[in-house]
Design a protein around this ligand. Structure first.
Ligand code: BGC
Length: 261
């Protein structure tokens, strides 16, 4: 546990399931107050809130579309009204649509980039505005992916959005570094979450994914949440503008692992 996190206020977008859910719980374990955003899964968000409180933190759930300014504003308002301020904002919500690029619809492209790219901009902007206006130390964590670095055929909209998140994170990290605001990304690899449930239910696909991970296993949402807690805490006080890959080595060019090439 990181003692400086005790009593801090966090917003976690997409907190009803998967990695966001694990981050909310971990923040609860750190005795933080957490605004858990959800889009449609109210029951999942409520379960996450109960878990946060069981861990010793406080929580409220807020339905909001984080690809809209009103949505992002509603989350900030919930943090201020319920918990008196904001310290940490995690842009976690994300989605992916598989489709060969030449067949992809503009509508699907817009759906993915609205959440994965525009949502990160709006969440960051809202948090930055609050930190700057209140001359407050701040911390922003953007959920990226190994696919900010690794091209991903048939997921071009997702990879494009994550590539954008990478440079957006670095850019605003630099822009606000001298105002005591740190901004970092996390790049998870293959993690056991609902986004992968269908794929991992198929043993062939599961084994194929495992074979692409040097550590030979799928990661857990809790392993990603541990990185988020570290980045949110003062233990990482001199870290800004990085992507912390939590991927079992997936970004290490596993095809070269036997010294061939
Ligand atoms: C995606 C997963 C995928 C993983 C590794 C993540 O960003 O959300 O669906 O398994 O990257 O390819």
């Amino acid at each position: 546990m990181y003692s400086d996190l005790n009593g801090k206020v966090a917003v976690v977008t997409g907190g009803s399931k998967g990695i966001g859910n694990a981050i909310a719980k971990r923040f609860g374990n750190e005795h933080m107050s957490v605004v858990i955003n959800y889009h449609s899964d109210e029951a999942g968000a409520q379960k996450a809130a109960d878990a946060v409180e069981a861990e010793g933190g406080r929580a409220v759930i807020v339905q909001a579309d984080i690809s809209t300014e009103e949505g992002a504003e509603a989350l900030l308002k919930a943090a201020v009204d319920n918990f008196g301020g904001l310290d940490v904002w995690v842009n976690n919500a994300g989605m992916e649509i598989k489709s060969p690029t030449h067949e992809s619809t503009l509508d699907d492209w817009k759906k993915v980039t609205a959440v994965d790219q525009t949502g990160v901009f709006l969440g960051s902007k809202t948090a930055l505005n609050y930190f700057v206006a209140n001359q407050k130390k701040g911390n922003i964590i953007n959920m990226s992916s190994v696919h900010e670095q690794i091209p991903w055929p048939t997921f071009a909209s997702y990879a494009a959005a994550k590539g954008s998140v990478k440079l957006f994170t670095k850019t605003i990290a630099m822009e606000y570094a001298d105002r005591n605001i740190r901004v970092n990304g996390i790049g998870p690899g293959a993690i056991n979450t609902p986004i992968n449930a269908e794929k991992f239910a198929d043993k062939k696909q599961y084994d194929k994914t495992v074979s692409m991970v040097p550590m030979n296993r799928i990661g857990t949402p809790e392993e990603v949440a541990a990185g988020a807690a570290w980045l949110a805490s003062d233990e990482s006080s001199y870290v800004t503008g990085i992507t912390l890959f939590i991927d079992g080595g997936m970004t290490l060019y596993p095809a070269f692992k036997d010294g061939e090439g």
